[in-house]
Design a protein around this ligand. Sequence first.
Ligand code: DX5
Ligand code: ZN
Length: 229
Amino acid sequence: MCDAGATPMIAPSILSADFANLAAEAAAVEGSDWLHVDVMDAHFVPNLTLGLPVVESLLKATDIPIDCHLMIENPERWAPPYAEAGAHNVTFHAEATDDPIPVARDIRAAGAKAGLSIKPGTPLEPYLEILTSFDTLLIMSVEPGFGGQKFIPDVLEKARTIRKIIDAEDLQLLVEIDGGINADTIEQAAEAGIDCFVAGSAVYGAADPGVAVAKLREQAAQARNAGTN
Ligand code: DX5
Ligand code: ZN
C-alpha cells in the first residue's frame, strides 16, 4: 500500500545525452517533469562532468524544471549558487558533509527545493530526523559516478521504509530514485513507493527519448496502481 503522488514523475538524466547539443537534447524530452543534471567534481566521485556555467545555459534553453544532482565535495560552498541560478531542485550527498541542515537552509533561502541523496550503502536511519529540512530524498540505486550501471534492488528497502513514514506522518517529501532505471526495473521501484524516477541511458539510448519518457511514466503508473488495488 503506498500513497505516492498521483502521477509518477520522470526525470531524464542528460549524462547520457549529447553534451554538444544540450538544448536539442532537452527539447527532445519536453514532456518530462524534471531534467536531471549530474554535477560531478572528480573528488566525491571518480568522474568529471559539468558545473554552474552549463546549468546557467541550460536554464535559458529549456522550460523543464532543472533537477541538479550534486556529486561534489563541499556542498556548503558550491550548492547554493545552483539555487540562485534558478534550478528547481538542488540535491547534494549526505556523505559529502557533516552538517546537511544549513546547506538545505541555504538552498531553500535561494529559492530552490532542497534534496538529500544517499548512496546505495548509506542507511536511511541517521537522516530520518532531518528530513523535514528537505523537499526531496534521492535514493541512489547505483554507485554514483557513471550512467549505464546495473540497478541495485536492495535499496528498495529504504524506499519502502521512507514511504511508510511519509504516509504515516504526512511528510511533504518527494522520493526520487537514480541509477539503472529502465523498462525492466521501474515497476519494482514504483511498487516500493518512488515518486520520481531518474533515467539516463533508458531515455537517451532510445530511438525517441520523448516516447521513452512517456512509456516509463505509464509503466510506473500501472505498477503503482496494481500495488494499491
Ligand atoms: C549516476 C548518475 C545518474 C545517471 C543515471 O551517478 O547520478 O543520474 O545518469 O544513468 P542511468 O539511468 O543510465 O543509470
Ligand atoms: Zn544523478
